[in-house]
Write a protein that binds this ligand. Sequence first.
Ligand SMILES: C[S@@+](CC[C@H](N)C(=O)[O-])C[C@H]1O[C@@H](n2cnc3c(N)ncnc32)[C@H](O)[C@@H]1O
Length: 251
Amino acid sequence: MLRTLQRRSQRRELMDGSGLGDAGLQAEVLADLAEVNRLTRTHEPVLQFLRQAWSELPRGRLVRVLDIGCGQGDLLRHIWVLAGELGRPVQLCGLDLQPHTVLAARMATPPDMPVRYIAADVFKHQPEDIDFVVCAQVAHHLTDAQLLALLGWLQRHARVGWCVTDLRRHWMPYLGFRWLARLLGWHPVVQVDGTRSIARAWTPAEWRRLLLQAGVRAEVRCHLPFRLAVCMRLDRHAPPNLASQAGPADR
Ligand SMILES: C[S@@+](CC[C@H](N)C(=O)[O-])C[C@H]1O[C@@H](n2cnc3c(N)ncnc32)[C@H](O)[C@@H]1O
């Protein structure tokens, strides 16, 4: 590993805090991020997780999904399409810290996709009943202590399961991303933040240590390209044969 990547970077991203301070610029950057997600199939692990989990629920049961740090809302739109393909009734909600981001998500979501968007800090948010929580590429914005708090939040609020996906700190994407971003003409903010995000991410071993510390028995799976997914089934309202798969920390 490169010396600079031996530890997580603490360097803030340009989009952190109150964001870029301009709704138009924020929307432009978020559109490029959604394009990065599309090209690198970022949301595939979440969709796989939901497809599997839904297949074990009664047909026709409504599922309520919350996306934390929803960005431009592209993951929720994928989930809407998946639900349509599977004939699964869904209630979708996206939450993001930044009001400009929530505005961009509303604008990018067609009116016939009933997704509710909320501007809020997840740590201050008390959700209504929610079955699944998904959280894509948000974790690396947090400190270790905040990640532990997020894991606790997920365990408390998701009834049936949750899935967190994030980047992996690795020299290959760290060196390669800025060239790819330049080649594809992505916004300079995406070029800078993309590289900083990779340096801020945890390695799979660090994730396992934090999960142990949180007492959460979730598996860390690596996905191409240099992504990982941490998913958990809680099955609080599922039949006993499913509930028996949950570990002691989950009950
Ligand atoms: C890199 S973006 C990822 C957006 C989207 N999920 C995706 O996959 O493209 C991280 C998002 O997390 C949001 N975020 C960071 N901390 C948050 C918090 N405490 N509560 C809610 N959203 C948060 C940021 O505002 C930002 O939109």
